[in-house]
Structures are given as structure tokens and as C-alpha cells.
Design a protein around this ligand. Structure first.
Ligand SMILES: [Zn+2]
Length: 98
């Protein structure tokens, strides 16, 4: 096998890895979007259930927010509904501790 052909093979492999990396990034983004969409739908479902059962709106609302936060989503008005990718959020926490 000559050196030239080895270099060509390595270059091709490098290109394919680059393409896979881009694809992986797109998939990661898609997962975040799906999780956020799922969260929105769960909240909507929860609101419907609350409307039907006439629960105490204030206390169940607070519990819902706590649960949403514990599941990894922002409940603060800065990033409401988006995934907490950076760990705890001081804005969310101050809102929960009111
Ligand atoms: Zn937050």
C-alpha cells in the first residue's frame, strides 16, 4: 500500500468523522427540543386536569412548579420551560422559596 493512498484514506475518514459530529450535534438539539415539547404538553395536560377536578389552584400550582423544576426545567420568567442545562438556577429557586 503506498503512502499516498493511506493519506487519502485518513483524509476521507476525517471528513466522515466531521460529518458524524455535526449529525450528533443536531440530534442532541433535537432531544432538547423534544424534552421541552414534552414538558409543555405535560403542563397543558396538568392544567386541563386541574380545571376538571377544581383543585386548589394556588397550592397545586406551586407543587406543579416544584415538580417541573425538579424534572430539570426552568420555572423562572427568564427561561421558563427551557431545560436547565447548567444545574441549579438562582432565579427559579428564589421563586420557589417565596
Ligand atoms: Zn431559572
Amino acid at each position: 500500500m503506498d503512502k499516498q493512498s493511506l493519506f487519502v484514506q485518513v483524509a476521507n475518514l476525517e471528513e466522515r468523522i466531521g460529518e458524524l459530529y455535526v449529525e450528533l450535534g443536531a440530534l442532541k438539539q433535537k432531544i432538547v427540543e423534544l424534552l421541552e415539547e414534552n414538558q409543555r404538553l405535560s403542563q397543558e395536560n396538568e392544567r386541563w386536569r386541574n380545571a376538571v377536578t377544581h383543585d386548589d389552584v394556588l397550592s397545586s400550582g406551586r407543587e406543579n412548579l416544584r415538580r417541573i423544576y425538579d424534572e430539570g426545567f426552568h420555572i423562572c420568567n427568564l427561561k421558563y420551560g427551557s431545560l436547565r442545562t447548567e444545574g441549579e438556577c438562582l432565579f427559579c429557586m428564589s421563586f420557589l422559596n417565596k
